[in-house]
Design a protein around this ligand. Structure first.
Ligand code: ME8
Length: 498
């Protein structure tokens, strides 16, 4: 069984920010969870380096586009290990192998009869690298996303016959209802399809910074066709010699709603035109908002993920983003909310629970656990947890899955208070029960930590190591698996903010 997950490839016209980290972290949670299931995971991220925005940004700096691409691609590559993203490959659209695949696939699309010459006229946003529909432009012709002046462009180029795919796309959406999620995004894409599709420019005549069109080298491919094909081209050189049908199509493309139309409409149409299988799912998450505006490189109101990681570690950032912003919806982020979650949930509810349980096993039992049955009072809570989490992750409900786990973390804290091991320890007739309570707490801690591992890879690895657990697969989340005889001390996993 394989699982192929992607992030968008990020534009190199500026530096990485929290929005990029967000999508990559979410993809990483999925990748790590599926690895825990024993699946063969391929997790792809990378950079989108051609097109007008990059050429413009380079010109403004007085450097060549390739130099800007090299510089900023490196910053995105460096972001991945900082946020503990376990991507299997990092693609750059300036890679020669990618360029060759783009030329090959788009030539096939032309041979299949879906490319024609035409004249394009329209309002164009240089920042989006996209023409805007009349309905999207305001009276003053500002880009609704970037608030910059749109330009009226006219050029002779090649078109992709998107209009030919209205019927096939409607059928696809019918046959594969889970293609685009959440359902509100599916409906949005579907109503766009039903409102009528027009042919779209496939190439650009006046731009030089792009993949040359093999049948007309005076043109380059429009950046979106080049970019979308990364999801396919990467496999051809990241996994040379593999039968791509084992991995392709992608199980999940993660994106935000800004690029819905390209992924939900252009992308499947292009794949059908190239006779390639379409993705299983495109999951569209919301925007991280700061002061109500979409955070973006262009608007400049950027919260630096590196500063958060330096102060609190990547686990804390990952947890905060997956927990506080309901995955699939827009949500505000702030340092105050971050600190609140860190202190009350990571430091107190989880970190403190772990240190406390380990300390009690040492204080009352010298670090050794006597064989004892699982307390039935906890069994019901722990037994179903892994199944519930897996089912939610199958739906890409990353916040709900985390909530299911956190309910168990809170349950374990209540259990400590209810059973008061310190009282049992002082009571000679309570020794058997104390063994049950301590064993059940360690079992519970193991269950929640294995399930939390995709979200908090560092802290859970440290905790599970102390518990003597080296199997981090989902099997270890079962409360029915036996415990190691001896456990170590667990220091503060999330030191309190003082
Ligand atoms: O669009 N909130 O690249 P890009 C949440 N190169 N996610 C955000 C975000 C925010 N405020 N800001 C950015 C491109 N993102 C194209 C993609 S794919 C074939 C080509 C994330 O650098 C989110 O995933 O503008 C969004 O879709 C992506 O970054 C846009 O990155």
């Amino acid at each position: 069984m394989s699982f192929y997950v992607t992030t968008p490839i990020y534009y190199v016209n500026a530096a990485p920010h929290l929005g990029h980290a967000y999508t990559t972290i979410a993809a990483d949670v999925l990748a790590r969870h599926h690895r825990q299931r024993g699946e063969e995971v391929f997790f792809l991220t990378g950079t989108d380096e051609h097109g007008e925005p990059v050429a413009d940004a380079a010109r403004a700096l007085g450097i060549e586009p390739q130099e800007l691409a090299d510089r900023n691609s490196e910053r995105f590559r460096a972001l991945a290990p900082r946020i503990d993203a376990s991507n299997d490959f990092f693609i750059r659209t300036t890679d020669a192998q990618h360029v060759a695949v783009v030329q090959e696939v788009l030539s096939r699309v032309r041979e299949n009869g879906f490319v024609h010459r035409g004249l394009y006229e329209g309002w164009y946003c240089p920042k989006c690298a996209d023409f805007k529909a009349d309905s999207e432009t305001t009276g003053d012709h500002l880009c609704p996303i970037h608030h910059v002046q749109l330009v009226w462009e006219q050029e002779e180029n090649y078109f992709f016959a998107l209009s030919a795919f209205q019927g096939p796309l409607e059928e696809l959406y019918e046959a594969q209802p889970e293609l685009v999620a959440p359902v509100s995004r599916r409906n949005e894409a579907l109503s766009f399809i039903r409102s009528g599709l027009r042919d779209v420019p496939l190439t650009r005549a006046r731009l030089r910074w792009g993949v040359p069109v093999p049948w007309d080298p005076s043109q380059v491919f429009y950046v979106w066709f080049d970019a979308l094909l990364n999801y396919y081209s990467a496999l051809t050189y990241a996994k040379p010699g593999e039968d791509l049908r084992r991995i392709w199509p992608a199980d999940c493309h993660l994106i935000a709603k800004d690029i819905l139309r390209f992924h939900a409409i252009y992308w499947p149409a292009l794949l059908i035109a190239a006779e390639l299988p379409v993705p299983k799912r495109i999951f569209v998450h919301g925007y991280l908002l700061m002061e109500g505006e979409k955070m973006s490189k262009s608007l400049g109101n950027v919260l630096d993920p590196f500063a958060v990681i330096d102060a609190f570690g990547s686990d804390a950032l990952r947890f905060y983003l997956m927990r506080d912003v309901s995955f699939g919806q827009d949500g505000s982020v702030s340092t105050a909310a971050f600190e609140q979650r860190y202190q009350s949930e990571l430091a107190n509810e989880y970190g403190n629970l772990a240190s406390r349980v380990a300390a009690m096993v040492h204080r009352y039992r010298e670090g050794r656990l006597a064989p004892a049955p699982l307390d039935p009072a906890l069994a019901a809570d722990l037994d179903g947890a892994a199944g519930e989490v897996s089912a939610l992750i199958d739906e890409i409900e990353l916040t709900q899955a985390l909530d299911v786990i956190w309910t168990r973390v809170r349950r374990l804290n209540r259990y400590v208070e209810e059973r008061a091991p310190w009282k049992l320890a002082g009571d000679p007739s309570g020794q058997g029960e104390l063994d049950i309570v301590l064993g059940s707490l360690v079992t519970g801690l193991r269950t929640v930590s294995v399930l939390l591992h995709p979200y908090l890879p560092n802290a859970t690895a440290e905790l599970l190591r102390a518990l003597g657990v080296d199997d981090l697969s989902l099997q270890s989340a079962s409360p029915r698996v036996g415990l190691p005889a001896e456990i170590g001390i667990i220091g503060p996993l999330f030191p309190r903010i003082t």
